[in-house]
Design a protein around this ligand. Structure first.
Ligand SMILES: [Zn+2]
Length: 173
């Protein structure tokens, strides 16, 4: 091998290693610990929402971001969005106050799962097993970081169906 070939091999090995680390992080660690440093913002509530979309309706972080900007928010109001496949996506940075539960944004984290309406448009707990699992893991990681926080559903603070399931009926700790 000449020096050029060695350099190519070295770069490939490095890239493969980096990719493996990124895949591992995406798969096994929902929360990036560095992003949990929130500049003095106190987290007392973890508030769960649904996107109020039907199973056939597309809904992504990018779409919710567009919807919320159209409503005059600076960007997506939720801190996390959980897709039907159980993947967790970051929305507004945790260090920033969200826009998801009127009157309770400054001391809370807002999590939204995609769904909440059945095929006919009626409020329903449409969470997939993957979403339930991801939600439990995300909430448990947040509770480990903010032990004084309590988990709520949006409807406990507003006259809404959101998140279309009884948050208090589930065990979060
Ligand atoms: Zn909500």
């Amino acid at each position: 091998m000449n020096a050029r070939q060695k350099a190519v091999v070295a770069v490939s090995v490095l890239a493969a290693g980096l990719a493996a680390i990124l895949i591992f992080k995406k798969r096994y660690m929902i929360l990036d610990k560095a992003k949990l440093l929130i500049n003095g913002r106190t987290i007392k509530k973890i508030i769960i929402h649904c996107s109020a979309t039907k199973p056939t309706q597309a809904c992504t972080v990018e779409l919710i971001d567009q919807w919320h900007r159209a409503r005059g928010f600076k960007c997506i109001g939720y801190h996390y969005v959980i897709y039907a496949d159980g993947t967790v996506h970051e929305g507004r940075p945790l260090a920033e106050v969200g826009a998801h539960t009127e009157g309770y944004n400054s001391e809370s984290v807002g999590i939204c799962y995609v769904g909440g309406l059945d095929a006919t448009g009626k409020a329903a707990d449409t969470r997939t097993d993957a979403q339930k699992k991801a939600l439990r893991q995300l909430v448990s990681e947040l509770l480990a970081t903010y032990p004084e926080a309590t988990v709520y559903g949006h409807r406990e603070f507003a006259n809404k169906a959101c998140p279309c399931f009884d948050v208090q009926a589930e065990k979060w700790r």
